[in-house]
Ligand binder design. Sequence first.
Ligand SMILES: *Cc1c(COP(=O)(O)O)cnc(C)c1O
Length: 356
Amino acid sequence: MPLSPERPDRSLPPVWANLYSDTQTKPTRAMREAMLSAEVGDEQHGDDPTVLALCDRMAALFGKEAAMFLPSGTMCNEIALLTHCSPGDEVLAHPTAHIVIAEGGAPAALAGVQITPLPGPRGQFDVETLAQALHPQTRHAPPQRLVVVEQTSNLGGGSVWPLDRLSAVAALAHQHGLAAHMDGARLLNACVAAGVSPHEMAADYDSVWLDFTKGLGAPLGAVLMGSADFIDAAWRWKQRLGGALRQAGICAAACLYALDHHVERLADDHENARELARGLAQIPGIEVELPETNLVFFDTAGTGLTAEALASRLRQEGIMISVMGRYRARACLHLDVGRKEVALVTEVIRRVVSSQ
Ligand SMILES: *Cc1c(COP(=O)(O)O)cnc(C)c1O
């Protein structure tokens, strides 16, 4: 099988409800207009005014000394691993973490780190699980360097790490000389859902980043934050990986627009997710995981359909969902899916399942 995605099949009907991922949002006209009028400079040279404005605003919002604009969240994670760790170091993370399952093996290929899984329900581990995995630093053992948490946890069903657990995990890591990194792809979803400020959510973490291409609706961009020394060291990796940019202010303008206009509305996505979950729970054979944010995971086993079979039937109806396991499907709510679509999608799923 080729590794590249197939070209879209033109014989399929157009998609009217794209719940495949919150990455599938398209920049709105107003966002594009903000991009069009952005002041730009040479980002690699440190003088793109819009990128600098975004970085300053993000550092202030998250209570960190410095910030760096990058093309993607994956690059934020990998640069954080490269900056915190040396080859042979041990990183501790949940086995479903994005760095483990979705970055092409980059932690091994680029940073040369080995990852110890810290299991637990809903994509999270507790401080006791971390305590049991910590070992004395000896000549034999790999140096334990970094603990990674994912806020929200994607494969954990969009679950929100509670603040006290985040603090306890970071405190124990620090006590043992490890740094703490937060993959904040959907961090503002967590903040909006929990009513916690970004500043508090990230307070105990040495590095943290936010993705602008998920529910925030920007075409590209993520911002990595940390101490001034951390970001300074991270810049060398950004340069080495080819992530240093030129007139990136066009993209940073979309991110600034998203901060102004697309944060509070994340609550609508969460409400739509709960609405979809309520509807799906009524369909015989479907088991829904209670959504905490914008991701709705459900089990199709009781319907006689695999998640793949259901997804392909729905695609025939112009609906996209994603397949996360043999019987585990995911529907993502975001700014291109409204209340009306949620009701219609629920009805189509009911029809497809009952005609089974
Ligand atoms: C999407 C995602 C990433 C990667 O972000 P990209 O911008 O797609 O590279 C990392 N971590 C989590 C939890 C994600 O959901």
